[in-house]
Design a protein around this ligand. Structure first.
Ligand SMILES: Cc1ncc(COP(=O)(O)O)c(C=O)c1O
Length: 390
């Protein structure tokens, strides 16, 4: 039976609490991009004609804005098609280039709770002869410096640990982990997709060598991201065919998308502190409301070291497939990352959840437009819906 929710909320279109999977493009981003689709359509590599010069100037300005936001140099920003590509380029590109130079693969370290765009390239490298350790974090989703130290072997050369998790929102102690990597001369990559534009982020303060980010999680366009390289590293490109992006990432630059990424970055920084406060207040209100109504609710991941706009809970007494089927009429949310293809979340399983608990989980991610009224609606809708689930 479906819930009979009498106050009219059920007739509204589903409430969006899935902003960690993607976000709508900000209207000011669309306006900034607009001329570069049609009137200013030059190729940024065509430096000897006027449209090309204009396009190159727009790319340069965008690169400067992004670099200064992150506290890096302009030449340290390599544009990619998104974070999947940035992660692949960082990990496969560096590992293969280094193995060629040293005539020896070597050892890699990551977290078992990483996004698949980190795990899969590293597992591919394993097939190519590299050794790979996947650290299991603590039950709160966090990895400690001791765990990293224990995993390091004498030929470890690359560690990849995400800044914030896409499912449970936990924020890893990257600046502490980077000190260990530095001491041992190990390159550290971080997937910062879920953190960039949502919490303060300075690449040098983090102490990482490589960092990936994406446009569409910060109200920018889909199809654009960047790899930040704070030092010159040998990188074997994933594709060949031009000298763009220092030859590391050849291909005609998508000028409108790059301009859009820079605009989205600028907007994301404008009210970062107040937005973080507002969203964490709303998220805490959501958690309090749900905990009051659902006695067996479990929070997945550390609640303190967490993105302000993320909540991930399991309701162990309910069946996940029923919960999601009934809830989707009212709320857009997720039971893991958007890329999991229905399997129980590898992140929740790594925290020690059973597959039933992992399936009966909700990732609720708030966005800039989320209001208190919507959060009250979500508390009501989730609490009522689970009464009709077994
Ligand atoms: C943590 C994390 N890394 C990487 C990605 C992939 O980013 P993109 O969609 O830009 O390829 C995502 C997207 O969901 C993500 O959440």
């Amino acid at each position: 039976m479906s819930p009979n929710l009498e106050n009219g909320w059920e007739t509204l279109s589903p409430l969006s609490l899935d902003h960690q999977s993607t976000t709508p493009c900000d209207p000011n981003v669309l306006t900034a991009m607009e001329p570069y689709w049609s009137t200013d359509w030059g190729n940024a590599s065509s430096k000897y004609n006027r449209p090309g010069i204009k396009a190159a100037a727009a790319v340069n300005l965008a690169r400067e804005r992004i670099a200064s936001t992150l506290g890096v140099q302009t030449e340290q920003v390599i544009f990619t098609s998104g974070a999947t590509e940035a992660n692949n380029l960082a990990l496969i590109g560096y590992a293969r280039a280094r193995a060629l130079l040293n005539n020896n693969p070597g050892h890699l370290i990551t977290l078992v709770t990483e996004h698949h765009s980190v795990l899969d390239p590293l597992r591919q490298l394993k097939k190519e002869g590299f050794r790979l350790t996947e650290i299991h974090p603590n039950s709160d989703g966090l990895v400690s410096t001791e765990q990293l130290e224990k995993a390091i072997e004498k030929d470890t050369f690359l560690v990849s640990i995400m800044l914030a998790n896409n499912e449970i929102g936990v924020i890893q102690p990257i600046s502490e982990l980077s000190k260990i990597c530095k001491e041992k001369g190990i390159i550290l990559h971080t997937d910062a997709v879920q953190a960039f534009g949502h919490i303060p982020l300075n690449v040098n303060e983090l102490g990482v060598d490589l960092l990936s980010l994406s446009g569409h999680k910060i109200y920018g366009p889909k199809g654009i991201g960047a790899l930040i390289m704070t030092k010159k590293l040998p990188i074997t490109p994933l594709q060949w065919g031009g000298n763009q992006e220092q030859g590391i990432r050849p291909g005609t630059l998508p000028v409108p998308l790059i301009v859009g990424l820079a605009k989205a970055t600028e907007i994301a920084m404008q009210d970062l502190q107040s937005r973080m406060q507002r969203l964490s207040d709303l998220r805490n209100h959501l958690l309090n409301g749900l905990s009051t109504n659902i006695p067996d609710l479990i929070i997945n991941g550390s609640i303190d070291q967490r993105l302000p706009h993320n909540l991930n809970i399991s309701i162990p007494s309910k069946r996940g497939n029923q919960l999601h089927r009934k809830l989707k009429r009212y709320i857009s949310c997720s039971n893991g990352s958007a890329c999991n293809n229905g399997a129980p979340s590898h992140v929740l399983m790594a925290l020690g959840r059973t597959s039933k608990e992992a399936e009966a989980s909700l990732r609720l991610s708030l966005g800039r437009s989320t209001t208190l009224e919507e959060i009250d609606r979500a508390i009501f809708l989730i609490s009522e819906t689970i009464k009709y689930c077994k």
